[in-house]
Design a protein around this ligand. Structure first.
Ligand code: HEM
Length: 487
């Protein structure tokens, strides 16, 4: 009898503890985050972080709009639980500016780096990831610096003339569009896939010096940014065989391209701790090449497709662009020398990048406790800075959802005025090192296409849907297009 009593007492006690734990958990999730860390205030955050999903249930269709909505209550910096992982969301332009200058912030979030480690299967001996985009610490700094110096000196002192390379891709683009539209008699679909091969070929040629257009081979398996990650072995295979060919013909006194410059760097590196040293250098070279391909193809191709779709939605702007091209370039082949003489085209291109904002956020993590405005962000916290809150901020760009190239023109319309708040290449120490190449490509691709074709939508321009789909970049929905060949 006494035994029965004590076992039901134990059950009640367990139930009681369980109940208290549940109440505590609910209370804690309602009350959200602690208010201070080491005696300093933490950014605020929403209540009700649920087990496993955190605050993800708050997301509406477009996560950026969710954040902008939340900022109205919480301010321009707040915490948000992506599942169990707390992330600081940074929207306030002044705080973004401050954050980008802080040395302890250029790191990438651990979660992304772990998934990359699984995909790449290779690490540096200190555990950091090889290459650029997901690397960290000294290895990242050195690899980035090297790639950046190569991307800045594009085509100088070597036998890859990047402008020529882009021009030959322009010709290929025009031929392909003429073919698929049967000389403008059948509609074609404009989307990112149309131009991925061309963007990839430019990077490929820059890296390998090889004029053979490799995109078909590389793209045979991975049709798309997302799928390329699941086929990394095949994607690595092509650069791998090119590296072997380069080693056979390598002459340190005749650097022909990125691979040669890298091989020379490996040869010159005697410090065994360097990420360019011997075997470690080779691993980093493969991964840097891979990063250039991945980062350089979808981004440029997507921006270009957005541009053509906007030209269909705002045909009056297409007409102005084409008038300027006809007046300045006429029957000549478009070249980078025309850039300074075509302010309306330049302003239109910047407005395309602003409105599309294809990479709306930048992921970071703190390497140390960081003081930002009135708040402290503890070491190892993920931080997401929202680029779109610069490009679509009505304080900087009134009527931010309207397409107005005039924003970037002088009052008399004769001068193009760049605005650094169109931060579509990111900000701070991890800003895109391929910006120089991307701007050259966008200019020549866009001008060549608009010189050769008039783009007309199959539907009423006002009905063209310009809401994008957010994957790794914000892509436009495919748009059925009638091409008119311009004489
Ligand atoms: C319109 C075209 C492009 C856009 C909009 C773009 C945008 C960006 C953005 C927003 C970032 C991240 C910045 C951050 O984390 O704060 C980035 C990083 C990067 N981009 Fe681009 N990019 C473009 C083209 C290119 C090209 C052509 C290349 C090279 C061939 C390239 C190479 C890279 C690399 C290697 C990184 C990683 C940098 C690092 O982690 O240090 N990008 N890009």
């Amino acid at each position: 009898m006494g035994e029965v009593k004590s076992s039901s007492l134990a059950k009640m006690l367990l139930l009681g503890i369980f109940f208290v734990l549940i109440v505590y958990k609910v209370f804690k999730s309602y009350h959200g985050y602690p208010k201070v860390y080491m005696g300093q205030p933490l950014p605020p955050g929403p209540n009700w972080s649920l087990p496993l999903i955190g605050h993800l249930y708050l997301f509406k269709a477009n996560p950026i709009e969710t954040f902008m909505e939340m900022a109205k209550q919480l301010g321009g910096i707040f915490m948000f639980d992506f599942g169990p992982k707390t992330t600081v969301i940074l929207l306030d332009p002044d705080l973004i500016d401050q954050a980008m200058k802080i040395d302890a912030l250029p790191s990438r979030p651990l979660k992304e780096m772990e998934s990359q480690a699984l995909i790449r299967g290779e690490r540096n001996p200190d555990g950091s990831l090889p290459g650029i985009a997901f690397a960290d610490g000294t290895s990242w700094k050195d690899q980035r610096k090297f790639a950046f110096s190569q991307l800045i000196s594009l085509g100088f002192g070597r036998n890859v003339d990047i402008e020529e390379v882009i021009r030959s891709e322009c010709d290929a683009m025009v031929q392909k569009l003429k073919q698929t539209s049967k000389d403008g008699t059948v509609p074609v679909i404009i989307d990112t896939n149309n131009f991925i091969g061309n963007a990839l070929n430019v990077v490929w040629h820059f890296v390998s010096g090889n004029p053979v257009r490799m995109s078909d081979e590389l793209l045979r398996v991975p049709q798309h940014f997302a799928t390329i990650f699941s086929n990394i072995d095949e994607a690595h295979h092509v650069p791998g065989s090119e590296n072997d060919a380069h080693k056979k013909s390598f002459d340190p006194n005749l650097v022909r391209d990125f691979i040669d410059a890298y091989l020379k760097k490996i040869q010159d590196t005697k410090d065994p701790t360097s990420s360019f040293h011997e075997q470690r250098g080779e691993v980093n070279m493969r991964n840097s090449m891979f990063d250039l391909f991945i980062a350089g193809m979808d981004t440029t191709a997507t921006t270009l497709s957005w541009g053509l779709i906007y030209m269909m939605k705002w045909p009056e702007i297409q007409v102005k662009v084409q008038e300027e091209i006809a007046r300045v370039i006429g029957n000549d082949t478009p070249s980078l020398n025309h850039r300074s003489k075509t302010p309306y085209v330049e302003a239109t291109l910047l407005e395309i990048q602003r409105l599309a904002c294809i990479v709306p956020w930048g992921p970071r993590a703190t390497l140390d406790d960081v003081q930002l405005g009135p708040y402290v962000i503890p070491k190892n916290t993920h931080v997401l800075y929202i680029i779109q809150n610069l490009t679509h901020n009505p304080k900087f760009f009134p009527e931010p959802n309207h397409f107005k190239p005039e924003r970037f023109l002088s009052d008399d319309g004769t001068k193009f005025i760049r605005d650094e708040r169109v931060a579509t290449f990111g900000l701070g120490k991890r800003k895109c090192p391929g910006e120089n190449m991307a701007r050259m490509e966008l200019y020549l691709f866009f001008v060549t296409l608009l010189k050769n074709f008039k783009f007309r939508s199959d539907v009423n321009p006002r009905e063209i849907n310009i809401e994008g789909d957010l994957g790794l970049v914000l892509e436009p929905k495919p748009c059925s297009t009638r091409l008119e060949i311009r004489k």
